[in-house]
Design a protein around this ligand. Structure first.
Ligand code: TYM
Length: 353
């Protein structure tokens, strides 16, 4: 059975971009057809300036929202990255396979580092090595598919390269995964700046629809979306990015096609009104379920505890295999590892066999 892995980083409140670009596919497709793991990748939230209490709060909120959106712990595994040591264990080993040039070419690193420097801040080393940790997240589970939005495609490409390189140098250890992107909604843009991605860590609130925004707030944000000069409703990403973004959001929310939908509207106002209502309707059940789950925090904790246990059991054998393959001496307490390791290295270990 195909294994699927994906994650969300608790650096801000989850957005419509996270939902349409990734979460909805996890809920409606992936968990039903594959052995799926979905992770709140909290270690990644430490790569930029952060407030510890806020990261904890956002991690809990993200877990609650993933369940509210429809992830079912009977069908998939939902867990928090830092609860499973295998991610950090494997990340270091993969750093010994990756090159610094590769890291510096990552678009997200270049953009975020430039922003940080412009603010006069310093860039954390972990921001540079972040994509290696992301590769470890995926490879530890032998995931074949990684459902993500367009902005993560380059990181998944890097993951493929690292897996293939490791396998070639040290023997077959990792499944080489591929990214799966939704047909529509893979890159939801900021409503106030349709040339930039709608990102949860950005400051521009009015251009970002958050999953927990009240219906009236959603309506206001969509109605005030920046559109392009012109009268006609046409779908053209290059020339009319603001309009194209609205058509894609509407299409993604209603299961339509942005190009066909453009023919249905004669005015920007009508398109905005329908888009706003479509977003409100998509968010309504998520918000209702979120409210219920907030009243039962014990349930969310239990899901995360079980999820971490299952995830640990899945990741451990692959990460152990990677340690052995790359030449690390197995610990004497690991009976399986001692057998092969002692023979391979010619060292006679005094371990109980
Ligand atoms: P993150 O937390 O930024 O986003 C989570 C998911 O949402 C998608 N996404 C979007 N899709 C469309 N339009 C947008 N405006 C938009 N904004 C976000 C992202 O593409 C992503 O799929 N590095 C990852 C988290 C991660 C991960 C992993 C993902 C860490 N390890 C392993 C997959 C597998 C990130 O920062 O996602």
């Amino acid at each position: 059975m195909t294994r699927v892995f994906s994650g969300v980083k608790p650096t801000g409140h989850l957005t419509l971009g996270n939902y349409l670009g990734a979460m909805r596919q996890w809920v409606t497709v992936d968990q039903h057809r594959a052995e799926s793991l979905f992770c709140i990748v909290d270690l990644h939230a430490l790569t930029v300036d952060h407030d510890p209490a806020r990261v904890r709060r956002l991690s809990r909120q993200a877990a609650t929202l993933l369940l509210a959106a429809g992830l079912d712990p009977e069908l998939c595994t939902v867990f928090v990255q830092s609860h499973v040591d295998e991610h950090a264990r494997l990340s270091y080993v993969l750093e010994c396979v990756a090159t610094d040039g590769e890291m510096r070419r990552m678009i997200q690193y270049k953009e975020k580092a430039a922003r940080e420097r412009a603010r006069g801040g310093s860039v954390r080393l972990s921001l540079l090595t972040y994509p290696v940790l992301m590769a470890a997240d995926i490879l530890a589970y032998g995931a074949g598919e990684v459902p993500v939005g367009d902005d993560q495609a380059q990181h998944v490409e890097l993951t493929r390269d690292l897996a293939a390189r490791f396998n070639q140098r040290y023997g077959y250890t990792f499944v080489v995964p591929r990214a799966t992107l939704p047909k529509v909604g893979a890159r939801v843009m900021n409503l106030q700046d349709p040339l930039s991605k709608m990102g949860k860590s950005d400051d521009s609130g009015p251009g970002i629809v958050y999953l927990l925004d009240e219906p009236d707030v959603v309506r206001k944000k969509v109605m005030r979306a920046v559109t392009d000069s012109g009268q006609e409703v046409v779908y053209d990403r290059e020339a009319r990015p603001g309009l194209a973004n609205l058509l894609e959001i509407l299409a993604s929310c209603t299961g339509g096609n942005p190009s066909e939908l453009s023919g249905v509207y004669e005015s920007y106002g009508a398109l905005k009104r329908d888009t706003a209502e479509a977003v409100v309707e998509v968010l309504r059940p998520v918000q209702e379920r979120h409210k219920e789950l907030c009243a039962d925090p014990g349930y969310v904790e239990e899901v995360l505890r079980d999820g971490a246990e299952r995830a640990r059991a899945m990741a451990r054998p692959t990460v152990d295999a990677a340690y052995r393959a790359i030449g690390l001496l197995p610990a004497a307490s690991d009976p399986v590892a001692v057998d092969t390791g002692a023979v391979d290295s010619g060292i006679v270990l005094n371990a109980a066999r």
